[in-house]
Ligand binder design. Structure first.
Ligand code: SF4
Length: 92
């Protein structure tokens, strides 16, 4: 099966969906104080799982949840929504 092309704009509003690392870092820094966070070890393990996952889109977005993985992986209350069971070891 060939690769499915990933659109570069949102279907609803046609805004560019590409996010820079700087934009993600800014969002992350705004959200971090407002949520319960996992520790660094768990965070890195989650991000590694995402980096190796076929559902990861554009290097930053989970294709199942639509979440930015650098943000979702930091939240202690979140889990990996993989159809095959969580790819985040030790998650709730
Ligand atoms: S399915 Fe899970 S491992 Fe894959 S990108 Fe989404 S959150 Fe990450």
């Amino acid at each position: 099966m060939g690769d499915i092309p990933v659109p570069s704009t949102c279907k609803g509003c046609e805004r560019d969906i590409a996010l820079s690392e700087e934009q993600i870092t800014r969002i992350l820094n705004n959200m971090r104080p407002k949520m319960e966070c996992v520790n660094d070890e768990v965070y890195e393990a989650r991000l590694l799982a995402c980096a190796q996952c076929d559902e990861l889109m554009s290097g930053h977005t989970c294709g199942i949840s639509g979440s930015i993985v650098r943000i979702r992986a930091l939240a202690a209350t979140q889990n990996c929504p993989s159809y095959h069971g969580s790819r985040w070891q030790g998650s709730a």
